[in-house]
Design a protein around this ligand. Structure first.
Ligand code: DGL
Length: 274
């Protein structure tokens, strides 16, 4: 039994889709969340910069005495898995659990992936899928415009900006006749209703939040590190102005946010580049 909190970080608020699933699955766990809102987006940056930010974000959470760390960010999980595996507590990202769920879900072996530019460039999801079955037909499309859409809350099922954008990005998947689509960025589950409308019910959407939360629960169970007595208390930290956090966080978390959010000063994050 381990009552220390679970640490979760993302470039912004998308990782709260993982927190939502963690709280559904393990309401007895406390969570410390760090959203690097001062440096979002990560997905358009170089590998070197993403790896450096990953080290800093993880160091911040380690300073909060967490028992494990989830990189609730498709970009970090794709570009810096070795940074995660070198940490002093168990740490993992969204790629492996999400790819495994997609491999189990597909019937025709045609799988689509959407993510940030860095995620798609890394080939991370495709590599895992092909390891499971080299015959999978994989189509990956970077959807960088989805991130600002979601961070601004333009996600309603009738949103007249989001719908044409989703249609444009989904065209390749219709042509490729995928039956399964990986939402390879933790911001994207919020666009799932629009994506599902555009692709139709023939396509199964795989939500990285759900799969990653299940992986975390399994890991804590195996290590006998579940908490038995916490109340599911969340502490939220961001690296830019916290105004508006509660409003957007509520959309991601699917519940009201009463907890205070604290701002992390930039020098509290900075590590020497090495
Ligand atoms: N949440 C990040 C991810 O899953 C996307 C946002 C970004 O580009 O930083 O990749």
């Amino acid at each position: 039994m381990d009552r220390r909190p679970i640490g979760v970080f993302d470039s912004g608020l998308g990782g709260l889709t993982v927190v939502r699933r963690l709280l559904e699955l393990m309401p007895q766990e406390d969570i410390v969340y760090f959203g690097d809102t001062g440096r979002v987006p990560y997905g358009t940056r170089s590998e070197e910069t993403i790896r450096h930010y990953t080290s800093e974000d993880a160091a911040f959470l380690l300073g909060k005495n967490v028992k494990c760390i989830i990189a609730a960010c498709g970009t970090v999980s794709s570009v810096a898995p070795d940074v995660l595996s070198s940490l002093s507590v168990p740490a993992f990202g969204v790629v492996e659990p999400t790819a495994a769920a997609a491999a189990a879900a597909t019937k025709n072996g045609r799988i689509g992936i959407i993510g940030t530019a860095a995620t798609v460039r890394s080939g991370s999801f495709a590599r895992y899928l092909r390891r499971m079955d080299p015959a999978f037909n994989v189509t990956a499309v970077a959807c960088p415009m989805f991130v600002p859409l979601v961070e601004n809350g333009w996600i309603g099922p009738d949103d007249d900006v989001a719908i044409p954008m989703v249609r444009r990005y989904m065209q390749s998947f219709k042509e490729a006749q995928v039956d399964t689509l990986i939402l390879g960025c933790t911001h994207f589950p919020l666009l799932a209703p629009i994506i599902q409308n555009v692709l139709g019910d023939v396509v199964t959407l795989i939500d990285s939040g759900k799969e990653t939360a299940s992986r975390c629960a399994a890991l804590l169970r195996d290590q006998d590190a579940l908490s038995d007595g916490n109340a599911g208390h969340c502490r939220f930290y961001v690296s830019d102005r916290p105004e508006g956090f509660a409003h957007v966080a509520e959309i991601f978390l699917g519940r009201s946010v009463q907890e205070a959010v604290e701002t992390v000063a930039p020098d509290a994050l900075t590590l020497e580049r090495g």
